[in-house]
Design a protein around this ligand. Structure first.
Ligand code: MRU
Length: 391
């Protein structure tokens, strides 16, 4: 799935498959302004750390176009970039992408030059993420044995990235290698990324998937129904502590108690080496209504306070390995992470053709899917192998 984030340069529009509506409706949101992009990030029209980064990079291009009418466009553009970077706090790919764009902004640039350079860079970020997912998928697939059942949390699939996915990318790659893998997708309260998005994309790809309540994990593990746990990441500190969707920490503890290996799959762009450990990772708190309401219907009494942390922190000690595009990193993570960054990038095959999932989906043409033009008229803008680093 690579058509969920499209950028139509001539029309100056970022087109996003609206993940809030899946699996019931496949509709697209059209972002023409920075405010549209910020809104799409905040309300999770687009979500998942790498997908957020790719969308933010294209958002910077839109911001530059938007600033073109200002007499002094530089300070205005600076403000717009800050707004994009602050849309969500936990996924480091967001600030990583905006900072990467900023680094290409030279004081002497004309706006036209900058837009052209940023357009190329945003596309490079997208392609690099695809290639990283393919590569980490191959490394991770080596860990999975034919016939295993993998439990996963949230959605760390094609939808959460530029395509292919991280945790789900490992499963797709194992399938491509001829292994039969079954998946248990935790529903992932309160936004239900597991039940809605992971089940949706695994189904499309023909991967056998069963949805489980988050609270069923311990029982399923005790009954021997889970061989491995694979989770994505929103930010990994230099020591391997990992912030991911709320519930991931509990899952890692349960996996440890049942002697089930717990792995994290993420590209290097999700590793924040400026943080020595995870304590300083900001954990987003979202609206109480995500917990008190289901599909718009109130399910909790009014006035009762709510904890709605969207992420939690899994200590590095609970993680058996971090699957990256440069190999599966093993503890001690400070060392293996540093070595992964020090290595030159291996040849990463970009967008290999013909995966089971891609055969089920229309090819990305750079144009929206056929029904998109109709939708555009109706909904203009927002309606919203061996581990090389093992020690
Ligand atoms: O709040 P979300 O849906 O953006 O959270 C996403 C997750 O926690 C994913 O597991 C994580 O971003 C990894 S995505 C490859």
């Amino acid at each position: 799935m690579e058509h969920h984030i499209q950028f139509l340069a001539e029309e100056k529009v970022l087109v996003l498959l609206d993940q809030r509506l899946l699996p019931g409706r496949e509709e697209y949101a059209f972002c023409r302004t920075t405010a549209d992009v910020v809104q799409a990030l905040k309300d999770m029209t687009v979500r998942g750390a790498p997908a957020i980064g790719v969308s933010a990079a294209f958002g910077c291009v839109l911001a530059a176009w938007e600033a073109r009418n200002m007499r002094d466009w530089r300070p205005r553009l600076d403000v717009l970039l800050r707004e994009i970077a602050q849309a969500r706090p936990t996924a480091v790919n967001l600030t990583w992408a905006v900072d990467r764009m900023r680094r290409l902004w030279r004081p002497e640039d004309s706006l036209e030059d900058l837009i052209a350079r940023w357009l190329r860079e945003a596309e490079a970020i997208r392609q690099e993420d695809l290639a990283a997912n393919r590569s980490l998928g191959r490394y991770g697939a080596e860990l999975l044995k034919d016939g295993e059942t993998v439990m996963t949390h949230c959605n760390a699939g094609a939808l959460a990235t530029a395509g292919f996915g991280t945790a789900l990318g490992v499963i797709y790659a194992a399938m491509e290698a001829g292994k039969e893998i079954r998946v248990i997708a935790n529903e992932t309260r309160p936004v239900l990324q597991g039940a809605r998005l992971t089940a949706y994309e695994l189904r499309l790809a023909g991967v056998p998937v069963t949805i489980a309540c988050d609270s069923a994990c311990a029982l399923l593990m005790r009954r021997g129904l889970v061989h491995r746990v694979l989770a994505g990441a929103d930010r990994i500190a230099a020591n391997g502590d990992t912030a991911n969707k709320i519930g991931t920490y509990a899952l890692a503890l349960l996996a440890g108690a049942h002697k089930i290996p717990f792995y994290v799959a993420a590209p290097l762009s999700t590793i924040d080496r400026s943080l020595p450990d995870g304590e300083a990772i900001p954990l987003e708190e979202r609206s109480a209504s995500e917990v008190t309401h289901l599909a718009g219907i109130r399910i909790a009494p009014e006035g009762v306070p709510v904890f709605n942390y969207a992420f939690d922190l899994t200590p590095a000690a609970l993680i058996a390995g971090i699957i990256t595009e440069r190999g599966v990193l093993s503890p001690p993570y400070p060392k293996s992470i540093a070595r992964a960054f020090a290595q030159p990038a291996p040849e990463e095959e970009a967008g290999a053709k013909g995966s089971p999932r891609e055969r089920l989906l229309p090819p990305r043409t750079g144009r929206p899917s056929p029904d998109l033009d109709e939708q555009r008229q109706e909904r203009e803008c927002f309606n919203p192998q061996p581990a090389p680093y093992a020690d």
